[in-house]
Design a protein around this ligand. Structure first.
Ligand SMILES: [Zn+2]
Length: 175
């Protein structure tokens, strides 16, 4: 799994790319909601406290979950009378799916390797064969701290220019 910083940077990129019009791009609540969607799939780490089994990188890390969350966001926005309910639902769904994409592209050292990206159509786990992003070590030690700091720095090196590029292109357009 990439770090929450990597997911937040990519989520913000998706927010800017999916928003139609400057008002939507500068809407902080909307940006926060998309970033929250980009971070949320990792709540599956907590599911093991329910039944003692490992659920990480399963159903929440999939196209099916992204579509469901996007539809729920659309229905919620429509119930609140938002005229941009469709675009809002699409942005939330894309934010969630951005997590799936990043997790597909990072190195995984915890079996089962990969994510259940095509659930509910398939329970298979998928992983990009030459992952450009590093893994996160999930224990506390000096080595793990150094490793995870380098992982975070590398994510910033890769993902911040992408965010700045999309921000430059979309905010400059101004409509
Ligand atoms: Zn994840």
């Amino acid at each position: 799994m990439p770090t929450p910083i990597g997911h937040a940077l990519f989520g913000l990129t998706v927010h800017l790319g999916a928003a139609e019009g400057e008002a939507a791009r500068l809407d902080r609540a909307r940006a926060l909601a998309v970033v929250a969607a980009a971070l949320a799939p990792d709540v599956d780490i907590l599911f093991q406290f329910v039944d003692g089994r490992n659920h990480h990188n399963n159903e929440t890390h999939s196209i099916g979950a992204a579509v469901m969350v996007g539809l729920l966001a659309l229905l919620w926005a429509r119930a609140r009378g938002r005229i941009d309910a469709g675009r809002f639902g699409l942005a939330i769904g894309c934010g969630w799916f951005s997590h799936v994409v990043l997790d597909y592209l990072n190195k995984d050292t915890h079996p089962p390797i990969g994510i259940m990206a095509l659930w509910p159509f398939s329970d298979a786990h998928y992983k990009f064969p030459w992952p450009p992003l590093r893994d996160v070590w999930r224990h506390f030690s000096f080595e793990a701290t150094v490793h995870n700091l380098i992982t975070t720095a590398w994510e910033i090196v890769v993902l911040l220019p992408l965010l700045l590029f999309v921000a430059h292109r979309t905010l400059r357009r101004g409509h």
